[in-house]
Design a protein around this ligand. Structure first.
Ligand code: 6PG
Length: 495
């Protein structure tokens, strides 16, 4: 089929997989003219003759023809597999562009790659935007959450398109400028980490209802439906409600036939690794990633289940079911608050480390609608950061502080019940351990420091109120704990 090239077009899209096609259709619906290209050109022809027919969408069979249709500054968006393909397509598009033109990477790229590409393209006078795109197929078609960052000069050029196609929450677009270099993809990475945490918490709730309260999938679905009308109102609770009531052709819940081995493409793992690199206790996402890893050891778990015993489960009596579910709701809500508090701690640390000026209320608003973690709860986070964008931690905000305090009785009962009955709740448990650690003025790290100094002369500092002439505040002290070791500390040695 011959493709007639006309123009001018507002933006070009490279990559016509599910996300690319839907975002192009969404752009066309909002009055933009879009040129598109796909490596396998038959996909272009099928798209143009099919879903794109009659719309302001132009299919092209090569990048040169695609770029030729574009208005200046040219805007070329890539929605292709992250990694090498992105570098390869940038390399092919680059000779066709001129200074001031814009390349946008809308894939799930790892943010250090985005920062590198931003620097490389900046040196060539090309503006580069790394944008988080969330919301899956539906989102791309009818309103995704978009998290763009990179060359700030590109923002006024792409803003009308991005904000028009993005989801709207409380009348505001779920898209704003995130920050320089890889900031957009950084925020998307943390979004995905939080997505892992939210999903794990919901899965633990399901497991507790099933194994402790003996509830059927339909009954659990009803609970999810009720939760979706309260503080937990969110996309992930909503889809869980629907998944649990979905029956296979034999009339039994399909979900119970699914192999319990979790997959992952790596964005949650990136968040956990980044948290470790930055020394930030983002424990819930870490546990959510490890829970997926543990689930993947299915064969080993089958063998272990035959030999490793646990306590006999004491089922929740029917008369206590309602109180049990209320406690569970509180546990889920409180754990979720901890997870988001941890996520924002990580983003704040990244902003400090990379010297990015990030807009916290906008980040919360971008996640409020369109994306996988969208929820009513993110409206409260937006409000909290709008009141005080320098908020040290969400847990210091009166709304979240009192929410956690009120939820903690149910939260503690839930975790205790899970532990006593031998049901794994890594996300619930780690959230509670973080909360108790975070609110502890004194932790046992004093002993840990002593141990380090004892065996490795790693030195310690003295509490200001215990300082004296020999043990001065803020100085690194080494003690000869046994009388046998030397007086040279590891720090002295290093120096
Ligand atoms: C989104 C999602 C998406 C992600 C999938 C799968 O925001 O639309 O985060 O980007 O790729 O949810 O992720 P895993 O395969 O790692 O679970």
């Amino acid at each position: 089929m011959s493709v007639v090239i006309t123009g001018p077009t507002d933006i070009a899209m490279v990559g016509l997989a599910v996300m690319g096609q839907n975002l192009v259709l969404n752009m066309a619906d909002h009055g933009f003219t879009v040129a598109c290209f796909n490596r396998h050109v038959e996909v272009v022809d099928q798209f143009v003759a099919g879903p794109a027919k009659g719309k302001s969408i132009i299919g092209t069979h090569n990048l040169k023809d695609m770029v030729a249709t574009l208005k200046r500054p040219r805007k070329v968006m890539l929605l292709i597999k992250a990694g090498k393909p992105v570098d390869s397509v940038i390399g092919q598009v680059l000779p066709l562009l001129e200074k001031g033109d814009i390349i946008i990477d809308g894939g799930n790229s790892h943010y250090p790659d985005t920062t590198r590409r931003y620097e490389e393209l900046k040196a060539k006078g090309i503006l580069f935007v790394g944008s988080g795109v969330s919301g899956g197929e539906e989102g791309a078609r009818y309103g995704p959450s978009l998290m763009p960052g990179g060359s700030a000069e590109a923002w006024p050029e792409i803003k009308p398109i991005f904000q028009a196609v993005a989801a709207k929450a409380d009348g505001e677009p779920c898209c704003d400028w995130v920050g320089p270099a890889g900031a957009g993809h950084y925020v998307k990475m943390v979004h995905n980490g939080i997505e892992y945490g939210d999903m794990q918490l919901i899965c633990e709730s399901y497991d507790l209802m099933k194994r402790l309260a003996g509830m059927t999938d339909k009954e659990i679905s009803e609970v999810m439906g009720r939760w979706n009308k309260g503080v937990l109102d969110s996309f992930l609770i909503e889809i869980t409600r629907d998944i649990l009531k979905y029956d296979d052709t034999d009339g039994t819940p399909l979900v119970e036939k699914i192999m319990d081995k979790a997959g992952q493409k790596g964005t949650g793992k990136w968040t956990a690794i980044d948290a470790l690199d930055k020394g930030m206790p983002v424990t819930l996402i870490g546990e959510a990633v490890f829970a997926r890893c543990l689930s993947a050891l299915k064969d080993e778990r089958i063998r272990a289940s035959k030999v490793l015993t646990g306590p006999a489960i004491e089922p929740v009596p029917k008369s206590e079911r309602s109180a049990f579910i209320d406690d569970l709701e509180q546990a889920l809500y409180a754990s979720k608050i901890i997870s988001y508090a941890q996520g924002f701690m990580l983003i704040r640390e990244a902003a400090n480390e990379f010297n990015w000026k990030l807009n916290f209320p906008s980040i919360a608003l971008m996640w409020r609608g369109g994306c996988i973690i969208r929820s009513v709860f993110l409206g409260e986070i937006t409000k909290a950061f709008r009141e005080n964008s320098d908020l040290e931690n969400l847990l210091f905000h009166p709304f979240f502080k009192s929410a956690v305090v009120q939820a903690q009785a149910g939260w503690r009962k839930t975790v205790a019940r899970a532990v006593t009955n031998g049901i794994p709740t890594p996300a619930y448990s780690t959230a509670l351990a973080f909360y108790d650690g975070y609110r502890s003025e004194r932790l046992p790290a004093n002993l840990l420091q002593a141990q380090r100094d004892y065996f490795g002369a790693h030195t310690f500092q003295i509490l200001p109120e215990c300082a004296d002439d020999k043990k001065k505040p803020n100085s690194n002290i080494h003690i000869n704990w046994t009388g046998k070791g030397g007086n040279v500390s590891a720090t002295t040695y290093d120096a």
